[in-house]
Ligand binder design. Structure first.
Ligand SMILES: [Zn+2]
Length: 441
């Protein structure tokens, strides 16, 4: 075994400097026939040229293969041809196939510049290899269109649109932005899009417009999570306004206020309750705001849409004038998205889904920084082993099985087997989050 371990090449000469190896090689299997006429024996060496291809780094040095490539002439048809090197070399990218595979894997983890420095191909070539790699996956990986689609937001450098299968708790795609056109494009290209019955989304108008345009029959639902957090935001606004109007000494009396105010009533400790009562005595509006937040959350415990609707309107009427502006983002959203928000009571999403999506969003927000959008998207969607599958149902019909040849009693004429394929359901959100968190992706 030589330093290269490439079975189709013999080393003629090796040279080395501080940064690089240059290894001169030639193929060790002359052509068996003429590619033009197919004749077997009458081939003669014509001329040769040197062809530089990059290979995997060795001992931290870049490796260039100087291939002495032979041209042949066929005596029968008089045509010439170059000997084949495509068993080992990718001629489009001028590198060995194994280097190409290495670059593909690395391109999901590292910057193109650092790979370029490492292997000796220019950055543009690395980018093209990455692009081809992604396109290849793009063509082969097809996730099943869900019955219940989720459309949300995830931050990778800037806000991006993320699509999920809610029932399977899988991720289907991440789009470069949240524009209507982008989402329309995605939805239009989905196979069997008629099967989408429900779409859960956050309150972003272009999402609604896109779904209305492409999936007019689908029912749009806003997840409770997106709505109730607006009540926390309103309370937060009021808390900050109050703090600004206080002296340093008064402010000290409000230690850990944010932490306590965000708690649900049932989560308050005895000590928290005493503190909250004291604050309410000194700053009545803070107490009212806390109670409004709590009673707003309670609306979501209603068992029917109608009860929730009535409770909401009672609740809204109780907001005192001085707190109305802080609650305005919430009340406005309730007015603009009324239909979709109350649809939640007919089509509830499980907390497990919301929680797993939220933890993915948090992890990506934190880790997303070092990567380009395309690289992070590819890493998320195309890493093997995190895609969820569904095997076809057990087949009753015997002709859908492959016959065991050594069982003569099963000898039958060949049958056309129409086996269902394994359905790819998307990337399992929990597994993905876990792997991202552990740095395994
Ligand atoms: Zn020939």
């Amino acid at each position: 075994m030589d330093i290269l371990n490439l079975v189709n090449f013999n080393i003629i000469q090796t040279a080395e400097n501080e940064h690089d190896f240059q290894i001169k090689v030639e193929t060790n299997s002359p052509p068996s026939h003429c590619p033009h006429c197919g004749c077997v024996a009458n081939l003669y060496r014509h001329d040769n040229k040197e062809h530089l291809c990059m290979d995997l780094p060795i001992h931290g040095k870049r490796v260039g293969l100087l291939i002495k490539r032979q041209r042949y002439r066929c005596k029968d048809c008089t045509q010439t041809f170059w000997e084949r090197i495509d068993h080992t070399i990718d001629e489009k990218r001028n590198c060995t196939k194994r280097l190409l595979a290495y670059i593909e894997k690395q391109s999901l983890k590292r910057t193109f510049t650092s790979i370029s420095e490492d292997v000796g191909l220019n950055e543009k070539t690395i980018r093209n290899i990455f692009r081809d790699y992604i396109n290849r996956h793009e063509e082969t990986v097809r996730f099943e269109t869900p019955n219940w689609l989720g459309i949300d937001e995830i931050h990778i450098i800037k806000p991006r649109c993320v699509l999920t299968n809610i029932e399977e708790r899988t991720l289907l795609d991440v789009l470069p932005n949240r524009n209507k056109d982008t989402v329309v494009g995605y939805l239009s290209r989905l196979p069997n899009k008629g099967r989408i019955q429900y779409v859960t989304m956050d309150m972003w108008q272009p999402y609604k417009d896109a779904v209305r345009a492409v999936l007019p029959k689908a029912i749009i639902i806003v997840d409770k999570f997106h709505v109730v957090r607006m009540a926390n935001q309103a309370l937060e606004t009021i808390r900050k306004q109050l703090r600004e109007s206080l002296s340093v000494k008064e402010r000290r009396g409000l230690m850990h206020d944010r932490f306590i105010l965000l708690k649900r009533h049932k989560e308050l400790t005895e000590m928290d309750k005493i503190t909250l009562d004291l604050w309410t005595k000194n700053h009545p509006s803070l107490g009212i705001a806390y109670d409004l937040k709590e009673s707003y959350f309670d609306i979501w415990d209603s068992d029917t849409r109608q009860k929730a609707f009535l409770k909401y309107h009672d609740w809204k009427a109780k907001i005192p004038k001085e707190l109305q502006s802080a609650f305005e983002p919430l009340t406005k959203a309730m007015a603009n998205w009324e239909q979709e928000i109350f649809a939640y009571f007919d089509h509830r999403i499980t907390n497990a889904y919301t929680e797993s999506l939220n933890s993915l969003i948090r992890v990506v927000n934190r880790l997303g920084r070092g990567y380009s959008f395309d690289a992070l998207r590819a890493k998320i969607l195309f890493t093997e082993g995190i895609q969820k599958e569904r095997r076809p149902k057990y087949q009753r019909r015997i002709d859908k099985y492959e016959m065991e040849e050594n069982f003569p009693m099963f000898k039958m004429p060949p049958v056309i087997r129409e086996l269902e394929e394994v359905a790819l359901l998307g990337v399992d959100i929990s597994t993905l989050t876990e792997k991202l968190e552990k740095g395994e992706l």
